[in-house]
Ligand binder design. Sequence first.
Ligand SMILES: N[C@@H](CCC(=O)N[C@@H](CS)C(=O)NCC(=O)O)C(=O)O
Length: 235
Amino acid sequence: MIDLHYWPTPNGHKITIFLEETGLAYRILPVDIGKGAQFQRSFLAISPNNRMPAIVDRAPSDGGAQVSVFESGAILLYLAEKTGKLLPQDLRGRTRVLEWLFWQVGGLGPMAGQNHHFRNYAVEKIPYAIDRYVNETNRLYGVLDRQLSKCDYVAGDYSIADIAIYPWIVPYEHQGQTLEHFPNVKRWFELVSSRPAVERAYAQAAPYRRERQGFTEDERRILFGQTSQTVGNAV
Ligand SMILES: N[C@@H](CCC(=O)N[C@@H](CS)C(=O)NCC(=O)O)C(=O)O
């Protein structure tokens, strides 16, 4: 049984997709990031970056004490190694998947995240910041499109690379992008969207979704107002 500390955001969806694809038993422990649950001491003990997702594996493959993992890329890698699924074992196949996994966690995720922030969430609309992140997201979509012109999935067969990237393409309209400009991304996006496990993973989000758009003042302070001094006293 895997404990998944989760909230329905792109980084959270990565892990439910993996778990649904592989059938590993799991339970969701919600981390309401708008209420500051990510700063609770018990959560910081397993996720020192005060971000979700994080997992606790109570039955690790070495038979030892439970293992906790934070950072979505590290979690996907850990679970792929635990199950022997969705990550090739040969040197070249594995390296290719890891390249695109790291491309997502180091590039697409942070850039699209800042794009969401400045384009959609910031009270003050700063044209330079919006252009910078919309353009950089656009460049990254172009990189992905070129890669997907060579293969059905990002790194050969369907893998943790696709699982990491897909949830960051789902909100493409919020990133000021259109898939019509990226035909290979569009084809791949439709292919991944139609996977039953992906549909089941997104269905897990339903109980935690809120109707209201935008953030309250408290949520803005909790999500966008932290410094090194406030973490741990944020709630
Ligand atoms: N690099 C981290 C990013 C995780 C992350 O940013 N999680 C966000 C939600 S998508 C979060 O927990 N935000 C809470 C906050 O900003 O306080 C990963 O890939 O796991």
